[in-house]
Design a protein around this ligand. Sequence first.
Ligand code: SAH
Length: 339
Amino acid sequence: MKNIKDYHLEELKQELKEMGEKPFRAEQIFQWLYNEKVETFDEMTNLSLELRETLKKHYTMGDFHILKKQESKDGTIKYLFDVLDGNAIETVLMRYHHGNSICVSSQIGCKMGCKFCASTGIPFIRNLSSGEIIEQIIKVEQDTGERISNVVFMGIGEPFDNYENVVKAIEQINHPKGLNIGARHISISTSGLVPKIYELAEKNIPCTLSISLHATNNEKRSNMMPVNRTYPIEELLQACRDYIAKTNRRISFEYALAKDNNDHLEDAKQLIKLLKGMLCHVNLIPINKIENGQYSKSSNENIMRFRDYLNEHGIVATIRRELGADIEAACGQLRRKNR
Ligand code: SAH
């Protein structure tokens, strides 16, 4: 059976047409799915009983079950969702003063193999569909009754390794008749799949692009992130420069600071050299140590010194606030747990 949340409005209109139904029914269905956020076809009371039965025969609602929910003392909530095929994924809701942000997963598992990330410890199973990506947002809104204003693709998986479904999900999140969250409130983070940076630039979706940089020379970066062997720093940064030239949008570089690895002033100096003159922002993340991981967190003192050095030399840098570490919901701590 097909997941009704995998369809764009125009695609669903087409499906209904083929069933001999009026296309405007698709708009009504969208209203129920993304505005009312109902969990069953039976609740779509302005559709005829007959149409509701037909829909049930052809489609699922793709409605996730909550397997586990943990709340941090800072208000962050981590969900473990049953994605209905025996697999489970994690999603995190973060509460900030400026509104709620959700960190969504894009794949079940991850192929990138970054040495510092807990998502690496699990085999790759499959991509999530666009409907499964947006379901994470819908479920969290249903469960909390709170509106989500920001979406970050920073959960499990490499979004650019599931490019088509992720772009489709972003279009659906952004659509006025979909979840209606502005593209400027959507961030997509990549370990650096260069060809997809060019593709996204062509698409011209005004979301924020984040690049997981984490190191300033190829040797160090390849040790941390095997993807660097395919797309080394020079190619990655050239793609970023081209992206900025094409879209006129600021790129955010993520740099996770690991003690005695990439947190020296010499690294900061190199970073300044690499990023000089680029329309960008650096997001410093205190690295979270994972089980059996070789990297551990830099001292707060080092992190602040690193930030100040960048700022003093013309690179805007901020330290990412750590949320949900007590429930293993912070950066790099998400994985596909056993159910
Ligand atoms: N695959 C994508 C998105 C998922 S990770 C990417 O690589 O960008 C989201 C961010 O958390 C990335 O910047 C990632 O490098 C970072 N991250 C992963 N493990 C981490 C850890 N242990 N501590 C801090 N940040 C981590």
